[in-house]
Design a binder for this molecule. Sequence first.
Ligand SMILES: [Zn+2]
Length: 230
Amino acid sequence: MKLRHVAIAAGVLLALQGCERAPVRTTVYRQPQEQQQPAAQAPAAQAPAPSAAAPTPPPHEAITMAVPGDAAGVEMLSHRTLRLPVQGVPASALVDTYSQSRGTHPHEAIDILAPRGTPVVAVDDGTIVKLFNSKPGGITVYEFDPDGRLSYYYAHLDRYAEGLHEGMQVKRGDLLGYVGSTGNADARTPHLHFAVFKLGPEKRWWEGTPVNPYSALRDAEPAGTVTASR
Ligand SMILES: [Zn+2]
């Protein structure tokens, strides 16, 4: 194992203390926890009541929870041509933290450690549906795939790419933002919290079934050299 990968693995363990759990439930419903008036495309009348503020997960050892993720979603994802979301981090460095515990919750996402400011790119072609600043996730991006069946969630960004906006069409590899530690991430461990959700028929950005992206990301293209999006 290369030294760099050892460092990344160690960093992943550190990240467990402060990492956000995506604003999601294991089942169908999810919503950023501190919450929010859903945007124009999200009728407030249909939005559930806010839940309690996100707790800070206590320090603990990583525990694998029984959350394999949605099999149909994994199948859908396997048919997409994906690009790795963090420049300079190869597939071989990824760690499957999807089923680890974050306090009382399963993680249901992959953490990818990288220095603050490292470019984060779109894993797939699609549409930027929501730019959202949440207490747990910090500066986040929700991107839907071209068919509107999967949502890609990028959290703890340091900042957005210049010009990024809702409704924007992106191609895989387009710059979305930069790795950071906004939200409840530990400032000493900047990382991208990356999650995938299978959307329901109403295609709401805050609602979906968690999908483990690990196996698909292992097959993804390297992020390569990033060019700024429009
Ligand atoms: Zn995470």
